[in-house]
Design a binder for this molecule. Structure first.
Ligand code: SF4
Length: 421
C-alpha cells in the first residue's frame, strides 16, 4: 500500500511539472512516506529527518506523509520544528496545497475515507504490474496492530471505480494487476441497486480484459477466504497460484490474545480447500514472534505450522509494542534477547523451506513476467507466478514481457533460467 501511495504522490508532483532527484540536497520538496507498523520504522523516520535537515536547501519544503504522520500528529512539529507538512495516509492528496502556499504549515491526519482516490491524477504510464487499491483500513482490531488507528475502519471503493482503474492500467500497458488492500478479501461494495460485489467479482471482470494476463491480490485475512474467492483459483487461470494469508502464530493461545479469532483447524481447512481448487497453489505468511505471554511451547507450535504448510516467501518480525494498541500494555512482555533468538530460529526454518521450494522448481517451466535488466545489464530479471526472482541471460532484441522459462538452478534467494524454445 505504501509503495502504491508513493507512486501516486510522484504522479501528483509530476503533474505539477516537478521532476525527481536522487540527491536530497538538490530537492525543493522532500517527502517521507512512512510506515508505523513497527517502532523501528517510526524511529527511522525521525533519524532520517535529522540527517536531511542538515543537508537540504534552506528553502526546501520537508514533511512526512502516511502512518507515522497520523501516529505522531501535531507532536511531529515539536520533534522536528522545521517540518512544513504532516499528512496522514488518507490526506496526502492535499500535498499540492503546500506548494501553493509554502509559508504555511500543512497539517491533516483525518481519516477522510476514499476522497484521495478521486482527487489524484491517473498515472500516465503504468508499469507492467499495476496495483489497484480496492479497499483501505481494517475492522479486525488485532491487539498488536496500529493499522486500524492509522488507516481507519474498512472502506471499499466502488466496483465501477476499481474496474475503471484496471481498464486504464491495461490501456497504459499493465499486464499484471494486483488488487490491493489492508484486508483485501474483505472487499464488499453494494451499489445503488443493492447489488453487492466481492473480490471474486473484481477478479472475474478484470480477467475478461484480453491484455491483462496475470491477477493477484494482497493481503488476505484467513477467515475472509470465502468459497466464491477460493473457487476463483479453480476457474480463473489468470489468477496466480500464490497467496499471502498471514497466520501470525501457530499457537491457539497466542492467536486468542492477538484477537485473531480462528483456530488452526479452520485455517488448515481453508488451506485444504485452496489446494483442492488448485493443487499448485503456494502460500506465504507473516509471523510475529515474542508476542506478550508467548511460551517456548507456543513458539514451537509456530515452527510446527510453518513446517506443515511449507510457506514460501514469508515475513517474520519480532513483536513491537505500538501506541494505541491493547498488546502494548499486556503483562508478560517478552525480553528482547528471547525475541531475537526465536526470530533467528524461525527465519532459519523459513529460509530452509523457501530454498527447498526454489530447488523443487528446477527443470520446471514457469510462465514469468519481465521486470527489466539487472544491474549489470547483461541479464533480465523475470518474476515467476510465485513471485520468485528468476535471472535469465539477456537475449538480443526486445525482451518478451511474458514468456515460458525453464528453471535451471535455484538457491534460497532466486532462480536462474533460460527462455524456453
Ligand atoms: S487484520 Fe491485519 S491490518 Fe487488520 S488489524 Fe489485523 S494485522 Fe492489522
Amino acid at each position: 500500500m505504501n509503495v502504491y501511495d508513493g507512486w501516486r504522490i510522484v504522479a501528483m508532483l509530476d503533474a505539477r511539472g516537478m521532476t525527481r532527484t536522487e540527491d536530497v540536497s538538490d530537492a525543493d520538496i522532500i517527502i517521507l512516506n512512512t510506515c508505523a507498523v513497527r517502532a523501528k520504522a517510526t524511529d527511522k523516520v525521525y533519524s532520517a529527518l535529522g540527517r536531511i535537515r542538515l543537508v537540504k536547501k534552506p528553502n526546501a519544503l520537508m514533511g512526512i506523509v502516511g502512518c507515522v504522520a497520523r501516529e505522531s500528529g501535531a507532536d511531529a512539529f515539536k520533534r522536528v520544528p522545521d517540518l512544513n507538512f504532516v499528512l496522514g495516509p488518507q490526506s496526502y492528496h492535499k500535498l499540492p496545497e503546500i506548494l501553493n502556499d509554502p509559508n504555511t504549515r500543512l497539517f491533516n491526519i483525518e481519516l477522510s475515507g476514499l476522497e484521495k482516490f478521486d482527487e489524484m491524477p491517473q498515472m500516465e504510464k503504468s508499469p507492467l504490474v499495476t496495483y489497484v487499491p480496492i479497499q483501505e483500513g481494517c475492522n479486525h482490531c488485532c491487539t498488536y496492530c496500529i493499522v486500524p488507528y492509522t488507516r481507519g475502519r474498512e472502506i471499499s471503493r466502488s466496483f465501477v471505480d476499481c474496474i475503471r482503474d484496471v481498464e486504464q492500467a491495461a490501456k497504459n500497458g499493465a499486464v499484471e494487476i494486483c488488487f490491493l488492500g489492508q484486508n483485501v478479501n474483505g472487499y464488499k461494495y453494494t451499489d445503488e441497486n443493492g447489488k453487492t460485489y466481492r473480490l471474486s467479482d473484481l477478479i472475474r471482470t478484470a480477467a475478461k480484459i484480453d491484455t491483462v494476463k496475470r491477477i493477484r491480490f494482497t493481503s488476505s485475512y484467513p477467515t475472509e477466504m470465502t468459497d466464491d474467492l477460493i473457487d476463483m483459483f479453480a476457474t480463473e487461470p489468470k489468477l496466480l497460484p500464490f497467496l499471502n494469508m498471514p497466520i501470525q502464530s501457530g499457537s491457539p493461545n497466542v492467536l486468542k490474545r492477538m484477537n485473531r479469532p480462528y483456530d488452526l483447524n479452520q485455517y488448515m481447512d481453508i488451506v485444504r480447500k485452496l489446494k483442492l481448487a488448485r493443487n499448485d497453489i503456494q502460500i506465504s505468511s507473516d509471523f510475529i514472534v515474542g508476542f506478550p505471554g508467548e511460551t517456548d511451547d507456543d513458539f514451537e507450535q509456530t515452527l510446527q505450522i510453518a513446517r506443515t504448510i511449507k510457506y514460501i516467501n514469508s515475513y517474520s518480525f519480532k513483536y513491537s509494542p505500538r501506541p494505541h494498541t491493547a498488546a502494548a500494555i499486556m503483562p508478560d512482555q517478552i525480553p528482547e534477547n528471547i525475541k531475537s533468538k526465536r526470530l533467528a530460529i524461525l527465519d532459519a526454518e523459513l529460509n530452509e523451506i523457501q530454498r527447498a521450494f526454489n530447488e523443487s522448481c528446477v527443470d520446471k517451466t514457469l510462465t514469468c513476467l519481465c521486470e527489466g535488466p539487472d544491474k549489470t545489464g547483461r541479464h533480465l530479471v523475470y518474476r515467476t507466478p510465485y513471485m520468485q526472482q528468476c535471472i535469465v541471460a539477456r537475449p538480443d532484441g526486445e525482451p518478451k514481457q511474458l514468456c515460458d522459462i525453464v528453471i535451471t538452478a535455484a538457491n534460497k534467494a532466486s532462480l536462474r533460467g533460460k527462455i524456453a524454445d
